[in-house]
Design a protein around this ligand. Sequence first.
Ligand SMILES: [Mn+2]
Length: 435
Amino acid sequence: MKKEEFTRRRRQLMRMLGKDTIAIVPAAPVRHRNSDVEYAYRQDSNFYYLTGFDEPEAVAVLMPGRPQGEYVLFVRDRDPVREAWDGSRAGPEGAVARHGADDAFPVADIDEILPGLLERCSSVHYTMGIHPDFDQRIIGWVNGLRAQAKHGLHTPQEFVALDHLLHDMRVYKSSPELDTLRRSATIAAGAHRRAMKFAAPGRHEYEVMAEILHEFHRHKADISYHPIVGGGANSCVLHYRANSARLEDGDLLLIDAGCEYDYYASDITRTFPINGRFSERQRAIYEVVLEAQQAAIDKVRPGNHWNEPHEAAVKAVTQGLLRLGLLKGKLPKLIKDEAYKPFFMHRSGHWLGMDVHDVGEYKVGEDWRLLEPGMVTTIEPGIYIPPGTKIAPRDWWGIGVRIEDDVVVTKGDPEVISGGVPTDPDEIERFMQSA
Ligand SMILES: [Mn+2]
């Protein structure tokens, strides 16, 4: 992502904030796995969205219209000893020279500097509850100002959650963001292709996961969530994460795996036969889910509301289950009674962006939000018949199918950006049998 993109975002947010305001966004804290071992650092999405700065212990401050500089970064100071251990730091100079800050200070000095910046402002835009330690510091700074108010010091009059403005910006993807999402989806589709080729009876779920991880990492991407690699009955466990079982001849394999590339997530699910050939019953369920997915994708159009794709998927799934005899009754009543829910118990998608379940409202007041160009959603209906399902005959047990793609709302037809791995069952069989 180019520097200009971050500049554009800060300008846009500052226009919406208006004068006499301050927005404060802290970096994500470093998290410990155990004793001295840290988890791989992942910057806070809001912070990175506005700064493009990937170091911990930083704080971004935006003050629209401030003559001495609107964008101030607090960052870790340079430290040759620490840098010898942990790698280089930008320091305040680098924050200005390379990251576009108007001014930058060592974060160690924030207690001396930030109250003075707060004092000028009538409203503070900050999101409480995400980083509790930092919440306490903000409260401390404001209380410090209040204690001095009798000496004529000005204190901010209101606190406003920054989420609403920032998260709404993040719902509409710019053209560089869409390019990065396409790249993320292309890498993930390649990983799914590799998994399809690799999977075979006798291999294990974790070996398939290893293929996926290798494909991500060799493209400078990482996982955007822990992959789900579930064979047989495990395909019916929505958030299966053990990925430890042997793959059996005659079973399906469900893989839900996406990567994060340059801070943008993909999220793809494919389900295919481990031996390369769908059984009659597997194919029957698969075709219903595929019809539902295609019907839902076709509803990803500007002017349609958020729930229309899901409604289309529900209708197709219910029709399909009726056709297969797994539901009995009249279609409208079955839909109204949510008779499909024992088989299809989740929603058909979520916003996709820097977070795999991305930020943004799904409703405006009581109503579903209308889709607009630049929004990105997943479309992922499924049907699951775990062993022991009483309402389904035994020969359907152990079939779990989900098909998930990443879809951009455009002015015209929906753009599926994760189409680099097949969904058509014949194409899947051909692909798995080709050398
Ligand atoms: Mn998803």
